[in-house]
Design a binder for this molecule. Structure first.
Ligand code: AMP
Length: 357
């Protein structure tokens, strides 16, 4: 067990790290962050923040030497950087990163567990792309196998003509069938070092241009019906990876059952509602899990919860949400640069009264 007072290292410097640092501080831990130079909003909250490249394994090793345990908030931390942290000091185990960093590996892994991704094909050349489109059909989506997020590195084909015009982007990709879904949801779990697994309730997630816009509880009845099957897949994934900490699996709820979309070996945007909406937040339970402390209850505390992301210049007037007459909890990430499409914060509304939050 890593007791309060110890130092937790966080690889990555975004808002997930920032909220993790808050949860760690509440439990009496110190945090040190590490990321390549940039606008790191976690650095405001960490005791110290090291800015150096992911390829600087000496700097990563020196950072790790100052920490009792190291975790990540960013799933694209290169494996070489993670490898510079002494074995056993990094939690969860890096095999989860290895699987989740590659969409193909991730889909194959889920299939071995009996889960069902959308029909897909690996694409490594223009010829592969043509074959994949022929086999899988349209509408479809071409996604870079690595380093895509929030809808980036994705190209949609609605018609055969669009598909024919699609260029191979020159990096390994996955072409997958566009799923005709009723709703989207995520399964977020925490697994402790002793193997105990707890799930939070699954929100219904709405996306805009491939990026999460809002998460709402309760989710639709269709999601509720598909939860057992989706949780079984997530449970098996966590077990197979010997995972410790919080992990997220995203699904499409379809009339044929849950279709796996992707896995994030970390706390997740669709779990931000847990800060006010659940007995223990995803951030606190992640810290508890990686330190070997008992896990907290994941029970939902309200009849209705809604988390909405604050994007781009919405942040400039977001303080006004505090006076809108609802129980609005505003989180601003302190990003210095406002950019279109950038996640700047979120607002969570909780309520036990009838109607919407
Ligand atoms: P991803 O980065 O793969 O999570 O994709 C971001 C969002 O794009 C998803 O949450 C969906 O809203 C949409 N999307 C991605 N893949 C598919 C698919 N195969 N079928 C339908 N929608 C998709």
């Amino acid at each position: 067990m890593i007791l309060p007072g110890a130092t937790i290292g966080i690889l990555g410097g975004g808002q997930l790290g920032r909220m993790m640092a808050v949860a760690a501080a509440q439990l009496g831990y110190r945090t040190i962050g590490y990321a390549p130079p940039g606008d790191h909003v976690a650095s405001d909250l960490c005791l110290d923040f090291v800015e150096s490249g992911w390829d600087d394994s000496g700097a990563v090793a020196a950072f790790a030497a100052r920490c009792d345990v190291v975790t990540w908030e960013f799933e694209n931390v290169p494996l070489a950087a993670v490898g510079a942290v002494p074995e056993g000091r990094i939690v969860p185990h890096p095999r989860a990163l290895e699987t989740a960093q590659d969409r193909l590996k991730e889909k194959r892994f889920i299939e071995t567990l009996g889960g069902r991704p959308a029909p897909y094909a690996a694409v490594e050349s223009a010829a592969d792309l043509a074959r994949a489109i022929e086999r899988i059909g349209v509408p479809g989506i071409l996604k870079t196998a690595r380093e895509g997020y929030d809808g980036k590195g994705q190209w949609r084909t609605g018609s055969a003509r669009e598909a024919a015009a699609l260029q191979f982007p020159g990096r390994p990709c996955v072409y997958e069938r566009l799923v005709d879904f009723e709703a989207e949801f995520s399964v977020i779990l925490v697994r402790g070092g002793d193997g105990e697994i707890r799930f939070w309730d699954s929100t219904e997630n709405r996306h805009h241009h491939g990026m999460l816009a809002s998460s709402v509880l309760p989710a639709s009845p269709l999601i509720a019906q598909q939860l057992d099957e989706a949780r079984r897949t997530a449970h098996m994934a966590a077990e197979a990876l010997g995972y410790v900490g919080v992990m997220t699996l995203e699904f499409f709820a379809t009339n044929e059952g849950p279709v796996f979309n992707e896995m994030a070996p970390r706390v997740h945007n669709s779990g931000h509602w847990t800060i006010e909406g659940a007995a223990t937040s995803q951030f606190e339970n992640h810290i508890r899990a990686i330190c070997g402390l008992p896990l907290g209850s994941t029970a939902t505390r309200f009849a209705r919860v809604e988390m909405r992301n604050i994007i781009g210049d919405e942040a400039l007037t977001a303080y006004q949400l505090l006076g809108d007459g609802t129980e609005a909890h505003l989180h601003l990430y302190g990003k210095r640069e406002v950019r279109e499409g950038r996640k700047m914060g979120h607002v969570t509304r909780v309520s036990n009264a009838p109607g919407t939050p």
